[in-house]
Design a protein around this ligand. Sequence first.
Ligand code: DGY
Length: 335
Amino acid sequence: MDTPKRVLVSRQFPEIGIELLARAGFELTLWQKDRPMYPSELADLSMNHHALLCTLSDMITKPFLQQCSHLEIISQFAVGYDNIDVDEATRLGIPIGFTPDIMSEATADIAFGLMIATARKMFFLHKTILAGEWGYFKPRGNLGMELRGKTLGVFGLGRIGMKMAKRCKDAYGMEIIYHNRHPNPRAEKELNAAWVSFDTLLAQSDVLSVHCVLSAQTRGVFNWDVFKQMKPTAIFINTARGPIHNEPDLIEALCSKKIWGAGLDVTDPEPMAKDNPLLSMETVCVLPHVGSGTLEARNGMSRLAAENIIEFYQTGTLPHVVNPMALGRKKNELP
Ligand code: DGY
């Protein structure tokens, strides 16, 4: 690079990606605070940068993009990018990078872990110990359910859903059914998974695990009308995005025993309020959006996010791009 490109780094990402960028000759502005930038801070700081390395907590909205249309690339540290107005970025010729697959194992572990924890009421029982309520052994108390031979329904059988399904098949011989817009031949071959209609998914799943993206089509899909079609013994798992389920409807479905339990790594809103009724339910386990929270996954995400920027400036393309149509379009200069 003749003149170094300036990259705004919106959070304290793992060192590995920052070092790669520094070594490749980029000039970096690192946001040092623990909290995300306020929208005005993000817009102001972006003004004199060529590239932005950001994540879910940064709202890359249409007004932001119009104000910062000089940005040459936005590299997102996440597989999901529902915080970004991709259509507007494409229209403005700003390619969006993301970090797929590198965190699929970690996220599938959280989905699988939540399934078992919910089936055995683990979080609730842990709380009873903290409350000094570990009394006598109760032959009829604290009963959960077993998973062997049950049916896993996957809503959105892609990279992460596939790994969740494999865990369930290998560990418990679970039957795998799924609902996707397009069939997944690999899952059908390797896991004997069967594509079913959405109604069948609801009616037959003992565990229903959500792994789709958040979009206009999936927002609020799991609502009262849907929960009431599920088995009263069903467990609902969401490790994708909170707004895919309607939280008041989920609470109502659990309270009225339309479904049995829920394991959530994502909520709506995030963070969840500490007095949310879900947190005191016996058959609910909630985690604070930690699906990709392993050293391996976060280091990998940091590396991929940096490589997206480096390769873009070296080759004009990105290894992991959300909107290839934005590549090669004419760019505005720095304001
Ligand atoms: C992602 O990558 O989209 C996760 O939700 C955040 O780690």
